[in-house]
Design a protein around this ligand. Structure first.
Ligand SMILES: [Zn+2]
Length: 222
């Protein structure tokens, strides 16, 4: 599995709303020339407890202060990032201030901005919820859904005539990629030209090619 496939696999396990922002985070970092790797997404309680034991009852360095249920990873609201260097190896040697800012702009809380336990690879979206609100709470999923709702991607609002035109176009087998001009009827075009002040009167038959040329030339658009 390559980097992109592994990222996709891990992001898929996150909360649906966080998935959207995780994809944006990855894409925007890639556009800046980084090769981000999602090293951790969703973490089970058992995995969290094993991690907590590290540096305490098991050998190794302490990597977390959270037991099972105490990390946003356990709820699919957090992801950790590493980066791929030129040799294809995992590295954390990047300009974290830039990386962190990209995440914060998208609405993530970034672990690198924390004061008590700095965790620079860590990004989470919790909608203001605290762990104690959801820990051992049967209603955790409902609470999470409520708090993340403002992050949901809003469907663009389309006026009725535009919706009708799109539906008609679809029935004719036209989609936005194949023939966009078919969405606009001569009447709509006529109306738009009128509103733009490029024609003085609206004719019921709608815009013709000849009148369009004249109007565009008059508006110095041709
Ligand atoms: Zn983390």
């Amino acid at each position: 599995m390559n980097r992109q496939e592994r990222n996709a696999e891990r992001i898929k396990q996150l909360h649906p709303i966080v998935q959207h922002y995780a994809h944006l985070l990855i894409t925007q970092l890639e556009e800046l020339g980084y090769s981000p790797m999602v090293t951790q997404g969703l973490r089970t309680y058992d995995e969290q407890n094993a991690l907590y034991a590290q540096g305490r009852t098991k050998p190794g360095q302490k990597v977390t202060n959270a037991k099972g249920g105490e990390s946003w990873h356990n709820y699919g609201l957090a992801l950790d990032l590493g980066f791929m260097d030129k040799e294809g190896k995992l590295t954390y040697d990047v300009d974290w201030n830039i990386v962190g800012k990209v995440g914060q702009k998208l609405g993530f809380s970034w672990g690198g901005a924390w004061t008590i336990f700095k965790d620079r690879p860590h990004f989470e979206i919790t909608g203001g919820l605290r762990i104690k609100d959801v820990y051992n709470n049967q209603e955790a999923n409902t609470l999470i859904a409520l708090h993340l709702a403002p992050y949901a991607i809003q469907e663009p609002k389309i006026s009725k005539w535009a919706k009708d035109a799109v539906e008609k176009a679809k029935l004719k087998g036209i989609d936005q990629w194949s023939n966009p001009q078919e969405y606009i009827t001569p009447q709509i075009l006529e109306y738009v030209m009128f509103k733009l002040g490029l024609i003085d009167e609206v004719k019921p038959e709608g815009m013709t090619k000849e009148r369009l040329m004249v109007a565009l030339m008059r508006g110095k658009l041709l």
